[in-house]
Every structure is written in C-alpha cells, then in structure tokens.
Design a protein around this ligand. Structure first.
Ligand SMILES: [Zn+2]
Length: 427
C-alpha cells in the first residue's frame, strides 16, 4: 500500500542533487549515508522542507498552489501543512477564492514562534540581530569597538548576545541558532577564519572561542564571511520576484563581495580556499602602495575605510564618517573621495564582467559618504557596463544607505536555511 505522505517529486530530486553537490559546511559528512532512498521518515522531512520553502518564497499560497508548484500530491501537502502548522512554522490567513474546487486558506510563515540570532564582528564594532522567519528584526544592537584579540571579542559578543536574548521581543521564542559573520575568508571545509588582515587575526576558530560563553545556546551554529552572509540574506529573505543571482559589495574598512545564485537554498560561491569575492585584494595598480595583505596596489589601497583614513590623517579611534562629513569642502578630501569612488566603480565593472549577476547591491559604511564618493562610482559603472555587448539594458544596482545590520541578518538567514535544508528534523 502506498503511503500518501510519501511522494518524491522531480523537485525534491533536484533538491537532493544540489545537496550532494554542495553540502552545507555545517552538515555532517555522513548526512547522505544516514538516509537511504527508501527512508520514509527522511522523505516526509524533505516534503515538509519543500512545502515550507514554497510558502517562504511566495507568502499567501494555498495548499492547492503549493501542490501545483512543488509537484506534490494534495494529500502530501495537506499532511505536511498540518504538521508545519502544529509545529509553529506556518500560520493560516484569509480564505482564497478558487477556480472550481473548494476555496483554500492562504498560508504564511508564522513569525511568532521561532527566531534566529545573527552577529557581525566588524573591524570597528559588533552588530547583533534577532529576527523572525521572514527576516523582520525583533531586536538589534550595535556596539562600537576598537580592534582587539579574538578572545576578548568573543567574550564581548557573548555578553551582548545574552542581553539581546533577554530582550522582551526575543523572550519566549524558540531560538533556531546563531550565525556569525566575520571580515575575512572562511575555509570552505572547516569553520576557520583564515585571515582578517584588517583585524590582524589568522586561523581563528571563532565559534570555539564563543561557545563556552553561551552554554545555554542550542540550535545551529554557523560562521561565514560578512559579505557572503550579507549576499545570502539579501537573496534569501526576498519574496515574489527573486533574482537568479546577486552580488553584494561591502565597502567599509575593507572591501569584499559575496555572490549567491539559485535557490533551495541559494549557493554561495566560495572557491578552493574561500577567497572567491575578495575583490579588495584584486590588484588595480601594479607596484602601487602596500596593502594589509602584503601585496602592492590592491583595490583596498585605493578605496577602503583604512586607505581613506591614511590619506586624510584620520585616527583609528575616530568615527570615519563623522570625521569626514564636516570636511567635504576641502580639496584634498574631494580628490581622495573621487579617486576612491572611481576605484569602486572599477571594481563593480570588473564584477559585472567576471560574475555577471542579475543584481548588484552596494552597502557598507562608506556608502554614508554619499555623492562625493558614489557619484564617480555610479557614473563609471553606468558609462562602461554595456561596451562589450552594446546593449542598453542596465544591470540593477541597488545602493543600501543603512546596511548596519545586513551581514548579521544574512548570517541569521543562513541559520534558517540550514535548519530548513539541513540533516536534522524540523523542530
Ligand atoms: Zn591586499
């Protein structure tokens, strides 16, 4: 007799293939071996993931819509939705008219029950968020910090996370886990921060430093590069018209980028050593100034928070933006920002030609410098992006004025994706 809750569709086979090709770093290597193709429990789990994913990407679908789009039977979807409603993942909305059959209730993620935590360790501060399944911020905290050791940073972050978890907006929710975004390449195979040149850290197992301070924290633990986390969150929390691929450029103390593409869940380009997207260390000026990485003429020597500080004599302890804004009338400031802006435009153009994403998102603290930096950036990109193809079509480029919590929120998105697509049962 056929179990109506078991229904392996082409959609799910694709999901499985993607996982086999790129397992999540946090996924145990024995994951696939734990589940045989005929494991009924495993197949039910996959069906629930597929249903949740459909509703997450297109809120308001009915059970019938989900069955059509996920290529599952109505009975399978009915049973899966029932279980997801009971577990607090979904909620029912208004009754929808239907063409012919019985009207069905629209379905949405339930933003009242679960929450994820995300944190970014920046060169000059810690940024923390707690957010709902839809990516809405429940609570956030930004703490300025002068660069210090990984051990001290982990202790301070743990303290701030404890405070955030005690906030009324978070209390009583089930925490799915914590994602931490860091300013440097992460080893794709193991959770090790390979190097953060602007912090002077090398080969840091940051989660190992953090976890002893948070013994009560359960759920998924993830760490990733800050630009990659930000890119992931920008794509993952999008609903409705979702771009095929997206590059996020983080222009702050350093310059980095992250590219994500596809779905179920989106894949992050990492490369062999986690260096994919480290555009700040692509060389724009051979033989130029020395970079923190040791090479000469890297993009960061032309456009980065640290190179602008060096050019304008702004101390590490000062807030860069607050120090520059009153000086915008100075010729040297204008020249420095114009050159930095053109270098940033060059980087965007190089990304366009090497990655060709469906959308580019520009964020980071340097964006707050406004027109003196961004006008040359955007003008350069716009003027040169179509030379090769001779088309009029402009690639969407979105500038985020306040990207304070974008990487922390993205790290929280990675926690959710890991829970929905990971090896464990949905809670
Ligand atoms: Zn460099």
């Amino acid at each position: 007799m056929r179990d109506k809750d078991i229904d392996v569709t082409p959609f799910l086979r694709r999901t499985l293939d993607v996982r086999l090709a790129r397992p999540h770093p946090s996924m145990p290597t024995s994951y696939q071996q734990q589940h045989r193709a005929g494991d009924l429990h495993f197949l039910k789990r996959l069906n629930r993931s597929a249903i949740l994913e459909q509703i997450r990407r297109a809120p308001g679908l009915t059970r019938a819509d989900v069955a059509t789009q996920a290529l599952l039977t109505k009975a399978t979807v009915g049973a899966g939705v029932q279980s997801l409603l009971k577990q607090g993942w979904l909620r029912e909305g208004e009754l929808q008219k239907s063409n012919g059959g019985r009207p069905g209730r629209s379905l949405y993620l339930n933003d009242q029950h679960y929450a994820m935590l995300g944190a970014e360790v920046g060169v000059h501060g810690l940024r923390l968020v707690a957010c709902t399944l839809s990516g809405e911020l429940l609570a956030s905290h930004h703490e300025h910090l002068v660069p210090t050791t990984p051990e001290v940073t982990a202790a301070l972050l743990a303290e701030s996370l404890q405070t955030l978890m005690a906030s009324p907006a978070f209390a009583g929710r089930h925490c799915l886990g914590l994602g931490v975004a860091l300013p440097g390449p992460i080893d794709p195979a193991t959770p090790v921060l390979r190097r953060a040149p602007n912090l002077g850290w090398s080969d840091i197992r940051f989660l190992d430093l953090l976890s002893p301070h948070l013994p009560q924290m359960t759920g998924v633990w993830i760490m990733d590069n800050e630009a990659k986390s930000a890119a992931f969150g920008e794509l993952y929390f999008r609903t409705g018209q979702i771009p095929d691929s997206l590059v996020y450029v983080s222009a702050g103390t350093g310059i980095g980028s992250g590219m994500v593409e596809g779905s179920h869940p989106p894949l992050i380009s990492r490369g062999l050593q986690g260096l994919a997207g480290e555009i700040g260390h692509t060389i724009l000026q051979p033989g130029g100034l020395y970079c923190h990485c040791g090479n000469r003429g890297c993009a960061e020597t032309l456009v980065s928070g640290w190179s602008i500080r060096a050019a304008l004599g702004i101390a590490e302890e000062e807030n860069l933006i607050e120090a520059i804004l009153p000086r915008l009338h100075e010729e040297q400031v204008q020249l420095t920002l114009r050159r930095a802006g053109e270098a940033l435009g060059t980087l965007l153009l190089n990304l366009h030609h090497t990655q060709n994403p469906s959308e580019i998102v520009l964020g980071g603290s340097l964006v707050q410098l406004g027109a003196p930096l961004l006008d040359p950036t955007l003008a350069f990109f716009k003027a040169h992006q179509n030379r090769l193809l001779g088309t009029q079509r402009q690639v969407p480029l979105r500038v985020i004025e306040d990207s304070t919590f974008i990487a922390a929120r993205g790290a929280a998105a990675q926690v959710l994706a890991s829970v929905i697509h990971g090896p464990s049962d949905l809670i």
